[in-house]
Write a protein that binds this ligand. Structure first.
Ligand SMILES: Nc1ncnc2c1ncn2[C@@H]1O[C@H](COP(=O)(O)OP(=O)(O)OP(=O)(O)O)[C@@H](O)[C@H]1O
Ligand SMILES: [Mg+2]
Length: 249
């Protein structure tokens, strides 16, 4: 589904503030895998997601997504395959617009499922049904500005919006870092359920080692722009949180 081959990325090359963020990294992620990425600050995790999403382009190497050579495609061109959730619940939604209008905007972006969006009752009903399935009691608040919701509620809705877009790949960069423990648990559970329900290929970057141990089908540790460890499903299932702590010495 995603193949990175010999990817390198250096910021501010040749200047005193030069940073080698990724060096000759190769990584293949198969359809339906849920990859968790851990690693210290500055190890290149976000840079890796940026390269997959097309927010930045690599200095060397090739990127293939869903069988297409995506190396030189912009993030907009890749958005038909990729949805992205950030650390800040405020990014990704328009605070002053109602929940329903935010869903309309998201659907317009991809014109998903040939739905007549506008004020269409079918669309409203579909959105309400999907929101109700989250079990957060938000289905009666669809006319309310999305900015009036808590960070956790908003993050859960952002997730739902991105998967309803018919994207096949979900990139999550510390999606719960700004949330209290309970909301964080809710959001990560929602993400896991949606990934399974929509058969998505997903990458989750997290500093939460409990989540890293409990979720996903594969775990990767990054360090100084390289992959230090790459553990597949069978072994990952046996991996304990305590062992993960040891990775960080
Ligand atoms: N746009 C940029 N310009 C200059 N340097 C950058 C840029 N983006 C990232 N870097 C540098 O590249 C390195 C990797 O950064 P990156 O954001 O990928 O780390 P990270 O693993 O996501 O860290 P964190 O856990 O703190 O989020 C860092 O040294 C960072 O300062
Ligand atoms: Mg980061």
């Amino acid at each position: 589904m995603i193949a990175l081959k010999n990817i390198s990325k250096t910021f501010n090359a040749g200047k005193p503030n030069e940073v080698k963020a990724l060096g000759k990294l190769s990584l293949e992620i198969h359809e339906g895998e849920f990859v968790v990425i851990v690693g210290s600050n500055g190890s290149g995790k976000t840079t890796l997601l940026n390269l997959v999403a097309g927010t930045i382009l690599p200095d060397t190497g090739t990127i293939s997504i869903a069988g297409n050579n995506a190396t030189k495609l912009t993030d907009y061109q890749r958005s038909k395959w990729i949805a992205r959730i950030f650390q800040n619940p405020l990014s990704g939604t328009a605070a002053d617009l109602s929940i329903l209008d935010n869903f309309r905007l998201a659907a317009l972006r991809t014109k998903s499922k040939g739905l007549t969006i506008g004020k269409n009752e079918n669309f409203k009903a579909l959105v309400r049904e999907k929101i109700a399935a989250l079990g957060m009691g938000l289905e009666d608040k669809t006319e309310q500005p999305i900015g009036t919701l808590s960070g956790g509620q908003r993050q859960a809705l952002t997730l739902l919006m991105s998967v309803m877009d018919e994207c096949k790949i979900l990139l999550l960069d510390e999606p719960t870092a700004a949330l209290d423990p309970r909301s964080a648990e809710n959001v990560i559970c929602t993400a896991d359920a949606l990934i399974k329900q929509y058969s998505l290929t997903a990458i989750l970057v997290t500093h939460n080692l409990k989540d890293a141990a409990n979720y996903g089908t594969r775990i990767i540790q990054m360090g100084e722009g390289e992959i230090l460890k790459d553990i597949a499903a069978k072994e990952k299932a046996k991996l304990k949180q305590a062992e993960l702590f040891e990775w960080f010495g």
